[in-house]
Design a binder for this molecule. Structure first.
Ligand code: SF4
Length: 292
């Protein structure tokens, strides 16, 4: 790939100083959990693990952001923030409530943009319109779960949608000034070298502006944990995982911003593989292998 640009550097160049994300939640759920699509969720997903650190029951979105800013400002000495709606499926729920909450948060001092994570099959026409409007006034990032482009893998992980709908969603989002982000997982069962190569090419072809790359981890209280304990899933060895990362990055031909290189799952939730417990060492080895 071209010279890598990491999100922190990209934001610093864009806003002239360091910018930090501050998460909030709205109490949203996910159609892949509440029965609209399935009850099981994606096999690797543990909803509880997504709760922002500043969240306390009953807090409004603005209160969560205020609290988050207070902590982050003290810790990292930053004055500009991106509000991050990290809450299952960020566009799934009462639309007015979600949109009004986003608008409220965007009006807060120090907030220079917003990042929203969601599913491609949960963006209504009203949301596309809303996103297009707010992207004219603020920096908007919309992150969609892709994970793999192999239909069989998507079936095994119980993703609940195929890749075509994700492609269409990115196409539509890219018509506005939106920083589109693909969330992908390296090391999924069934994904071979060609799938990882294909995923990288797909990202370039679809002009996706950012990537969030996660290594597969088995989290507790997930279907994947059951599979792992039954012997139905063996996480890749570290060397194999790094090999797949190399294939992936060697085949990214477009200019993308790297949002993450490894999973951000809380260590306390990680059941396997053991090497995933030491995130810094894994990150160092991956960066070394892919030449970053
Ligand atoms: S990964 Fe996302 S889409 Fe899948 S179950 Fe979890 S919140 Fe839902």
């Amino acid at each position: 790939m071209n010279r890598p640009v990491f999100l922190s550097d990209y934001l610093k160049a864009k806003f002239g100083e360091k910018v930090h994300k501050v998460s909030f939640k709205l109490g949203l759920t996910c159609p892949n959990r509440d029965g609209r699509i399935s009850y099981g969720g994606c096999i690797y997903c543990n909803g509880a693990e997504l709760i922002p650190f500043s969240y306390r029951e009953g807090m409004t979105p603005k209160e969560q952001i205020e609290k988050g800013i207070e902590v982050v400002r003290r810790k990292y000495k930053v004055n500009k923030f991106i509000a991050y709606l990290q809450d299952n499926t960020g566009t799934y729920g009462f639309e007015d409530y979600i949109m009004n909450s986003i608008s409220d948060v965007l009006g807060m001092e120090g907030i220079v943009g917003i990042s929203i994570g969601t599913r491609a099959d949960c963006i209504s026409d009203s949301f596309y319109k809303f996103f297009s409007e707010i992207s004219k006034k603020t920096f908007l990032m919309v992150e969609l779960g892709v994970q793999s482009i192999n239909p069989r893998t998507l079936e095994i992980i119980n993703r609940g949608h195929g890749v075509k709908i994700v492609e269409d969603a990115f196409k539509r989002l890219n018509q506005s000034e939106i920083h589109t982000v693909a969330h992908v997982i390296i090391g999924l069962m069934n994904d071979k070298e060609d799938d990882v190569k294909g995923l990288a090419e797909w990202i370039s072809k679809n002009e996706i502006k950012g990537i969030k790359v996660h290594n597969i981890v088995v989290l507790r209280d997930t279907s994947l944990e059951k599979m792992y304990l039954n012997g139905g899933f063996v996480p890749p060895e570290k060397e194999r995982l790094i090999e797949l990362y190399k294939i992936f990055f060697n085949n990214i031909k477009s200019k993308v911003v790297i949002h993450r290189l490894t999973t951000d799952a809380d260590k306390r939730f990680i059941v396997a593989p053991e090497y995933a417990q030491d995130k810094n060492s894994l990150l160092k080895d991956i960066k070394l292998a892919i030449g970053f």
